[in-house]
Design a protein around this ligand. Structure first.
Ligand SMILES: [Zn+2]
Length: 385
């Protein structure tokens, strides 16, 4: 009998694994995987000033090719519980739809990966021609310090080598099979600071108003696009998020003005080249203003998993089940793929994104069945060689 992703998802949803709580989700997952022959490791990572987080790594088989199913069992809080059609940790199914926090982001995809794996092992006589792993964190929705980053380091130190990864984030805007993600834009925050000379507003010749310099540089940075996009990415975008002088005095020229901004950037730039470009443009517009840019540290660099055989394997499986050829998307925010890409090529494909983080997060049982069939086809194709 085929494994039932809906039953597995219901078990996972019933675990109250709001970040950083494990809630029993990893224990359940570990038990299921151990039962079919996986070697299961549970690691708790800690760092000063942060909550400890439980993680799981499970592997079956040896050598390559080595496919890793990555994901997270932690969820965001349910919000107003009274607003839910069914309780957020019930996993109740009503009219073919399962309700629960994490239904699409992303316990649902994990349940489908597990169901596909159980079916694959049953059909292949528990024989993986290579290795299959689950890399599951409990710290994706939080600050992501004690999760995937450390889990990947831990695995590398053990000598684990991954050839390809499928991350189960919800990638489809409306309907299953619409889109996979083959990359993500980078994210870089910065502060533009202009120093002036404080003085009396009636004697501007004795002062130097930093707001003049700040607005001049801001205008220049907004005026010209950073690029026109690339083959797989939209144009990069610089967005100012705050302008701060903090001056409450009506007859005072302030001594300093600042603005904060965020850049979502594509593969036309490395992070260093992007910073240099912005600083060149600021310098050109600054005149004699005394300015500087403070760049925040960033762990979200742009990446692209170039189309090729692995991306084709995923797309072909999706097309076979859904009759849709998925778009190769790089839109949206960041995900743990930004860390995984340093170890192996990563593609993201999961459920629908419509209800993630919302009241009444939910998934159609038919989508769970289809996603299981897609992952199952990927396993067949991946280990067929
Ligand atoms: Zn997620």
């Amino acid at each position: 009998m085929a494994a039932d992703p809906t039953a597995i998802l219901r078990e996972l949803v019933r675990c109250r694994s709001v970040t950083p709580a494990e809630g029993g989700a990893l224990a359940y997952l570990g038990g299921v995987l151990k039962g079919v022959g996986f070697t299961v490791h549970r690691m708790t990572f800690t760092a000063p000033g942060t909550a400890s987080v439980d993680n799981l790594y499970a592997r079956i088989g040896s050598g390559s090719p080595h496919l890793v199913f990555a994901g997270h069992t932690d969820v965001v809080p349910p919000g107003e519980e009274a607003g839910w059609t069914r309780p957020p940790f019930s996993g109740d199914v009503v009219n073919g739809v399962l309700y629960g926090r994490g239904a699409v982001d992303m316990k649902g995809a994990i349940a489908c990966k597990v169901a596909a794996t159980l079916d694959y092992l049953a059909a292949s006589g528990d024989n993986v021609k290579g290795s299959l792993s689950f890399l599951i964190t409990g710290d994706e929705e939080g600050i992501a310090v004690n999760g995937t980053v450390k889990l990947l380091q831990w695995a590398a130190e053990r000598g684990e080598k991954f050839d390809h990864c499928i991350l189960g984030e919800p990638t489809n805007p409306q309907v299953l099979g619409e889109a996979i993600k083959i990359g993500r834009r980078g994210s870089q925050n910065g502060s533009l600071i202009v120093a002036g000379t404080q003085g009396h507003v009636a004697y501007p010749e004795l002062a130097d108003n930093p707001i003049r310099g700040l607005t001049g540089i801001m205008s220049a940075l907004i005026a010209e696009p950073l690029d026109r996009g690339s083959q797989h990415f939209d144009a990069s975008n610089l967005e100012f998020t705050s302008v701060d002088v903090g001056n409450r005095i009506v007859n005072l020229i302030p001594g300093e003005a600042r603005a904060r901004f965020n850049i979502r950037y594509n593969d036309c730039h490395s992070r260093d080249a992007l910073r240099a470009l912005v600083e060149r443009r600021a310098a050109a517009a600054a005149g004699d203003a005394r300015w500087r840019i403070d760049w925040d540290p960033s762990n979200a660099d742009v990446f692209l998993t170039a189309p090729g055989p692995f991306v084709d394997t995923v797309c072909t499986a999706i097309a076979a089940v859904t009759d849709r050829r998925p778009a190769l998307s790089t839109s949206g925010g960041t995900s743990d793929a930004r860390f995984i890409k340093d170890y192996c090529p990563v593609v993201e494909f999961g459920l629908l994104s419509q209800t993630m983080h919302k009241v009444d997060e939910r998934v159609a049982v038919t989508d769970l069945e289809k996603l299981t069939a897609i992952y199952r086809r990927i396993l067949n194709a991946y280990y067929a060689v």
